[in-house]
Ligand binder design. Structure first.
Ligand SMILES: *Cc1c(COP(=O)(O)O)cnc(C)c1O
Length: 223
C-alpha cells in the first residue's frame, strides 16, 4: 500500500509540474490538497509518510475523529474543509480547520464570522460558486458572486482568498474553470480552488491555485 501511494504521488507530482510548465506557473503557486475523506488510515499514513502535510476533508465529524489524534503527532498539518458546512458545526470547523472552501450562503458566512471572532481566529476562506447553476448543488449564483464576496469581506470581515467550484459531473470542466477565473478577476480575488482527480491539469492551465485530489492519490474511497 505504501509503495503504491508513493508511486502515485510521484506520478501526480509530474503531471502537476507539466501543467505548471504549460501555464508558466511555478509549482509553488499551486497547492496540492490531498483529499483524505473516507480513506483508510493506512492510506492516509502512507501519504503522510511521503511528506504531504496538506489535507482536505468534507465532513467535520469525520475530520475531527481522524485529525485530532494525527495533529498531535504531526504539528505542521494544514486542513482544508471542502464539504458543505452546517451552522451547528461551525465552532468545531473553526477549531479544527485552517482553510474553508465552502462558504455557500449568507447564513454560514455570518456564522463563521461570529465564530472566528469568538475563537480569535482568522481562517482563510473560499466562496463556493455554483457555476453550473445546478439546483441540487450548493454555492452562490455566479451573478451574485462579486457582491457576495464584497459583503463577506467588508460586512463580515472574512479573509476571502478566492472562489471555489465543483463543475457538473457530466460537463466538460474547462469552461467552468475559465468562468470561475473570470468571476474571481471581477471580484479582485486571486485564489481559485478548482480541479479534482479527473481534471486538475486543465484547472492548473486555467489558473487554479488550489487543486483537490482524492482518488488519484489514495485510490478509490471505501464507501
Ligand atoms: C471528494 C472531493 C474531491 C476529490 O475528488 P477526487 O475525484 O477523488 O479527486 C475534491 N473536491 C471536493 C469538493 C470533494 O468533495
Amino acid at each position: 500500500m505504501s509503495e503504491k501511494n508513493t508511486a502515485d504521488l510521484n506520478e501526480i507530482e509530474n503531471r502537476i509540474q507539466i501543467a505548471c510548465d504549460i501555464a508558466e506557473k511555478k509549482r509553488s503557486e499551486v497547492e496540492l490538497i490531498a483529499v483524505s475523506k473516507r480513506q483508510e488510515l493506512q492510506r492516509v499514513q502512507a501519504v503522510l509518510d511521503s511528506g504531504i502535510r496538506c489535507f482536505g476533508e468534507n465532513q467535520v465529524q469525520e475530520a475531527l475523529t481522524r485529525w485530532l489524534p494525527l495533529k498531535t503527532i504531526y504539528s505542521d498539518i494544514t486542513l482544508h474543509l471542502i464539504g458543505a458546512l452546517q451552522s451547528n458545526k461551525a465552532a468545531d470547523a473553526v477549531r479544527l480547520f485552517d482553510v474553508i472552501h465552502t462558504i455557500d450562503r449568507d447564513k454560514i458566512a455570518k456564522t463563521l464570522s461570529n465564530e472566528m471572532q469568538k475563537q480569535n481566529k482568522n481562517l482563510s476562506c473560499f466562496i463556493q460558486i455554483n457555476t453550473g447553476l445546478e439546483p441540487q448543488k450548493a454555492g452562490i449564483e455566479p451573478k451574485q458572486a462579486v457582491e457576495f464576496a464584497r459583503c463577506c469581506i467588508h460586512d463580515y470581515g472574512l479573509s476571502i482568498a478566492g472562489f471555489m467550484c465543483i463543475p457538473p459531473i457530466d460537463d466538460d470542466a474547462s469552461p467552468h474553470f475559465a468562468f470561475l477565473s473570470h468571476l474571481a478577476k471581477k471580484a479582485g480575488l486571486s485564489g481559485l480552488s478548482m480541479g479534482m482527480s479527473a481534471d486538475f491539469e486543465e484547472a492548473i492551465k486555467l489558473g487554479a491555485t488550489h487543486i483537490r485530489i482524492g482518488s488519484a492519490l489514495f485510490g478509490d474511497r471505501a464507501y
